[in-house]
Write a protein that binds this ligand. Structure first.
Ligand code: TEU
Ligand code: CA
Length: 549
């Protein structure tokens, strides 16, 4: 197994809009991140995944890029970016950027030219088709609205947008487009960035002829036709070409966000010899609590299913490498979703337990900003507090189908805005995030849950994360050792072993809110646990122990 930096370091994900506002306009910015570099270093993380900071009209908070070569004005300037990169590298922290090239903004110069006429040289940078029988060219649904097609009056043709209408899909079949993307990627690499997390990158290759999807239609009759665009054969050609043009000779991370990816497909995408990605973000765990109506129809998650997902992906990544995460900027808060927030004591304990359970698996852990404080979901008072286009569109659609109450409950549990409330730095107004009015409300629990308070408490979630990350940073067995599941049938305890060169760690987590009995006490001594006293066969609710022998 090849040893590299991105297997050994813990990553920290920053959503810049919500991390730290340095100039008081209510929007997080690059100077804000720079102010917090020592905080990041003190966590022990070795790499950042930075969500998009490129020029954007923010229909989808930066995932709709207007100019790939420019920094978003609200976030700062290219000089600020250079200072951030230097500040990170001085501290030996790598920077992985977000790359959004399945689509651009409709305000991108390419699209503005493309929509002008059928003969414009940029026409083929996007996917244009005639309508069929007075309707859309095919039955594809968008992730954010009923149909993936929008009719453009200028030429009377439709363009494809798998996400919002302001996010037209780029046409990867066009070699000219591909060359422009590679040149742009190389400009960022030449600046010194250490890799890319590529947004929905496994969806760039659409089946020839764009055939109808076969899946169940949404209320408006459209189908999320992932079998026509996710992990299609041409994806491999495009990624190999991208890597030959951009990655060759560089020690940079190629990380793909890959919805609709089965463990079998994942193994292929990641294979050390024949694969195309260093790591991917699959979605199985994030979909564990989807109900019959999907994401905003949550059902309780099951430990048996959690174990199955972990075990399947641990083996799917045996000849590659896995990513380990409980949440990101598209998900609600881990402790509210997978842990327990009934009491302050259980919030702290379960946040620590979740960290242990995830970080010591084989793969690279990703900490989403605020997770290291055990930040929770926000009780948004009503719709007017919601900022996320996905949530707003889901509510609009629910009004048509008569499911508003249910979707609202879904948003309160799983909405993307829970991840996007301001980072809770202190007990000062708006959590110390801004001196102005924040673009999205702060979670009212910030006077109690914040970094300053955690800093001064030896038993805080923050200080526990520091210990855990330090442990993994310095231990080859935890980084590279093999994985073995333990007590797979146990209904409350999640347990596994990591072994290398005669050294074994046993990780034991009670993921339930009740006391649990271990079948046996693992050999070795407890090197980390989340309770004052971790001994005996009985585990307290959400107790976690790490044994070493
Ligand atoms: O998300 C891709 C994606 O599949 C989303 O639809 C995701 O499933 C959903 O948000 C979960 O509810 C990426 C980005 O992470 C997301 O922020 C963007 O909105 C999206 O692509 C479009 O760029
Ligand atoms: Ca600002």
């Amino acid at each position: 197994m090849k040893q590299t930096w991105w297997k050994e370091r813990v990553f920290y994900q920053i959503y810049p809009r919500s991390f730290m506002d340095a100039n008081g306009d209510g929007i997080g910015d690059l100077r804000g991140i720079i102010e917090k570099l020592d905080y990041l270093k003190s966590l022990g993380i070795g790499a950042i995944w930075l969500c998009p900071v490129y020029d954007s009209p923010n229909d989808d908070n930066g995932y709709d890029i207007r100019d790939y070569g420019k920094i978003m004005a609200e976030f700062g300037t290219m000089a600020d970016f250079d200072a951030l990169l230097e500040g990170l590298h001085t501290r030996d922290i790598k920077l992985v950027m977000d790359l959004v090239v399945n689509h651009s903004s409709d305000e991108h110069a390419w699209f503005k030219a493309s929509r002008k006429s059928k003969l414009n040289p940029y026409r083929d940078y996007y996917i244009w088709r005639d309508g069929k029988d007075g309707s859309t060219p095919n039955n594809w649904a968008s992730f954010f609205s009923p149909s993936a097609w929008k009719k453009d009056e200028t030429t009377g043709q439709y363009y494809l947008h798998l996400f919002s209408e302001k996010q037209p899909d780029l046409n990867w079949e066009n070699p000219a487009l591909r060359q422009e993307v590679y040149a742009m990627v190389n400009r960022w690499f030449d600046k010194g960035v250490d890799g890319f997390r590529m947004d929905v990158i496994n969806c760039i290759a659409k089946d020839e002829g764009l055939p109808d999807g076969t899946g169940a239609p949404n209320a408006a009759g459209y189908s999320l036709a992932f079998e026509r665009f996710a992990n299609r054969p041409k994806l491999y050609d495009y990624l190999r070409e991208l890597k030959a043009n951009c990655y060759a000779g560089r020690d940079c991370l190629c990380l793909g966000e890959t919805p609709f990816t089965t463990p079998e497909e994942g193994a292929k995408l990641l294979d050390d010899e024949t694969g195309i990605f260093d790591m991917i973000f699959p979605f199985d765990l994030m979909e564990i609590d989807d109900g019959p109506y999907g994401k905003y129809d949550p059902v309780p998650w099951k430990l048996s299913r959690f174990k199955q997902i972990v075990n399947i992906w641990q083996s799917a990544t045996e000849h590659g490498w896995g990513s380990l995460f409980w949440s990101n900027h598209d998900q609600s808060r881990a402790v509210s979703r997978f842990g327990c927030t009934d009491t302050e004591e259980l919030r702290v304990r379960s946040a620590k337990m979740l960290a242990v359970a995830m970080h010591l698996l084989r793969g690279t852990p990703f900490v989403y900003q605020g997770e290291e404080l055990g930040m929770t979901n926000t009780a948004f008072p009503d719709e007017s507090a919601i900022r996320d286009i996905e949530g707003i569109n889901a509510l609009n659609e629910a009004r048509i189908t008569g499911r508003t109450e249910s979707v609202w409950r879904g948003i309160l549990h799983k909405g993307r805005d829970h991840a996007r409330t301001p980072m809770q730095w202190s007990a000062e107004q708006h959590a110390g995030f801004t001196t102005g009015e924040p673009w999205i409300m702060a979670n009212p629990n910030y006077p109690a849950i914040n970094a300053a308070a955690d800093e001064n408490d030896a038993d805080s979630v923050l200080n526990f994360y520091r210990k855990l990350i330090q442990l993994r940073n310095t231990d080859k067995t935890l980084q590279y050792g093999s994985y073995r599941t333990l007590w797979t049938e146990h209904e409350q305890i999640f347990a596994y072993e990591r072994t290398q060169d005669g050294e074994t760690y046993t990780i034991v987590c009670n993921m339930s809110g009740k006391t649990a009995e271990m079948p046996t006490i693992p050999d070795g001594t407890v090197v980390l646990c989340n309770m004052p006293d971790c001994a005996g066969m009985t585990m307290q609710p959400y107790e976690a122990r790490v044994y070493k022998r």
